[in-house]
Design a protein around this ligand. Structure first.
Ligand SMILES: Nc1ncnc2c1ncn2[C@@H]1O[C@H](COP(=O)(O)OP(=O)(O)OP(=O)(O)O)[C@@H](O)[C@H]1O
Ligand SMILES: [Mg+2]
Length: 327
């Protein structure tokens, strides 16, 4: 059976004892697209991925992956997916090649198939030079790439990536982004979780924002940006002594003020005209503006507007939640 949607979630609920973690989540992922589950620490991203990949049973809700029910047809779901968890699940003491070869055998490929697939993946993920070294000598970025390669041995049509770039440096992030783009171009459906707004912005066709177990917004990156409307004007007051006064002059339209950097940001639905009036008022009050910029809203602004707080980014060690070993 081939359904148009790769993943369908209806009213998914999950609690751990009396702690409610998912409070009725709904979303649909279309085939051949990248879907981002965006949310801060503890939002419920990993819990959702674990339920989708059958590592954890839902309390209630209807959840299908590749047209199969995650509760009743777990085997078929597992045969349809690849999973790269939040914490790399590769074996430290085996080499990169051995890790992939072992994965091939778990998927019942014969030795020749398993070796050729491993070689192919090592080339695709730029790990050929490190293939014969034990993984414990790998950098964080190399481990992540190997972990992702391991989830692709069986060429699954649907891939779950739980925070694929957390902890990576900017270059390694770009490498990972390119790999993800290539996989999608090849027809794979990808659900990824991220705390990084720019990542969702860059990669995802559709974004669901979750916060404390609830969907708080959904749409394409552009649609989400439209929800908070208008351009942002950021201005820096030249003299610290004028900052308070400037805030009073602008009063009513401020979005964010930071006395330390003497910056004020405003959102406007009337655009340039309104900004000009504000600048005129500051000028009349003899307040000098040192720097001025106009920009379109970012996903960060969206998050702030929706949740009242920014997207927290610090790492949170909750243990090895997800591993490919569960198959
Ligand atoms: N096995 C468990 N037992 C009890 N509570 C749990 C368990 N797993 C997750 N939780 C709780 O559920 C909530 C959501 O956790 P989850 O790991 O899904 O968040 P997350 O969005 O992946 O966060 P992060 O960005 O930190 O990875 C957290 O409050 C967490 O403490
Ligand atoms: Mg997580």
């Amino acid at each position: 059976m081939v359904s148009e949607n790769a993943i369908v979630i209806k009213d998914l609920r999950k609690s751990f004892k009396d702690v409610v973690v998912l409070e009725g989540i709904d979303f649909v992922v279309r085939r051949g697209t990248v879907f981002a589950l965006l949310g801060p620490n503890g939002a419920g991203k990993t819990t959702t991925v674990r339920i989708l990949s059958t590592l954890l049973p839902p309390d209630s809700g209807q959840i299908t992956v590749n047209g199969y029910d995650v509760v009743r047809e777990g085997d078929k779901v597992r045969a349809s997916i690849g999973l790269s968890g939040q914490f790399a699940a590769v074996d430290e003491y085996l080499t990169g090649f051995e890790n992939l070869e072992m994965m091939g055998q778990l998927y019942r490929l014969n030795l020749a198939q398993s070796r050729s697939r491993s070689q192919e993946l090592l080339e695709q993920f730029e790990l050929v030079d490190a293939a014969a070294r034990p993984v414990k000598t790998y950098s964080g970025g190399m481990r992540r790439r190997l972990d992702l390669a391991a989830s692709l041995v069986a060429k699954p049509p649907i891939l779950f990536l739980d925070e694929p770039t957390t902890g990576l440096d900017p270059r390694s992030r770009l490498v990972m982004w390119n790999i993800i783009k290539e996989l999608v171009a090849g027809g794979t459906t990808i659900l990824l979780t991220t705390q990084y707004l720019d990542e969702a912005d860059q990669l995802a066709d559709r974004i669901v924002v979750i916060d404390v177990g609830k969907v708080i917004a959904e749409g394409s990156s552009d649609e989400l940006k439209q929800q908070v409307g208008g351009e942002r004007l950021e201005l820096t007051v030249a003299q610290a002594a004028d900052f308070e006064r400037a805030c009073q002059v602008i009063d009513g339209e401020m979005l964010h003020t930071d006395p330390e950097s003497r910056t004020i940001s405003l959102v406007s639905k009337q655009g340039m005209k309104q900004f000009k009036q504000i600048l005129d008022r500051l000028d009349d009050a003899d307040i000098e503006v040192e720097d001025l910029s106009l920009r379109r809203p970012t996903l960060d602004d969206v998050f702030l507007a929706l949740t009242g707080h920014g997207a927290v980014k610090e790492a949170d060690e909750e243990g090895k939640a997800v591993g490919v070993d569960a198959r």
